[in-house]
Design a protein. Structure first.
Length: 210
């Protein structure tokens, strides 16, 4: 059976660090991905998904296969067939972020196959990214973040050492405002979480953008 692939891209009016950090929060996916009803993060590289596609409920385990801060997050079901996805990040004009989403489903029902044939999946992906854009722009900050790396499903801390458990890892939101702030991205002193609703001076040529 041919997989159904959804692709979409969008520019988000938020710094790349904040946008990337939000996508590391798999448990927030139901806030903006229509088909995703629940994601539970088991550890650094393992997640449990509950989805509804064409009215059909599915549950599966997925592994985060690739994760590089401010560049890419990719995942795949552990069976390697029923689902995979990736999000890539790049700089857009000003201090914004370009987000490219690709998700693959293996249609199992007649309704799913019809939806794929009519390109309904593509339209859904575009709507999902618009919801993400609204989610992060209206909120003014990410809900959390994980800055470790994962390669071929193996988590690493900065410096290349093997990471510990998900709950032991330092979240981006646990640092001080000074550590997290970048040009155009001011820290919220009350919450200890960076927010971009109070921007600093705009970037100038040569600035470190991320």
């Amino acid at each position: 059976m041919k997989p159904s692939t959804m692709t979409a891209e969008i520019d988000v009016d938020a710094p790349i660090r904040a946008v990337y950090n939000q996508w590391t929060q798999f448990e927030s996916f139901p806030e903006f991905l229509h088909a995703v009803k629940e994601v539970t993060q088991r550890d650094d590289a393992t997640t449990h998904w509950v989805v509804s596609i064409g009215g059909v409920r599915r549950e599966f385990e997925a592994e985060i296969t690739e994760q590089v801060p401010d560049e890419i997050i990719a995942w795949a079901s552990v069976d390697g067939k029923s689902h995979s996805g990736s999000v890539r990040f790049g700089l857009s004009e000003g201090t914004g972020t370009h987000v490219s989403l690709e998700m693959m489903w293996l249609p199992e029902t007649f309704v799913e196959r019809v939806g794929a044939a009519l390109d309904l999946d593509e339209r859904q992906a575009e709507m999902d990214l618009r919801r993400f854009k609204e989610f992060i722009e209206e909120r003014g900050r990410e809900t959390g973040g994980w800055r470790g790396e994962i390669h071929d499903g193996v988590p690493e801390r900065a410096g290349g050492t093997t990471a510990g458990s998900f709950t032991d890892e330092t979240m981006a939101t646990s640092g001080t405002g000074e550590e997290l702030a970048s040009p155009g991205y001011m820290a919220d002193d009350d919450l200890g979480v960076p927010g971009y609703d109070t921007p600093a001076a705009p970037y100038s040529e040569g600035d470190d953008r991320v």
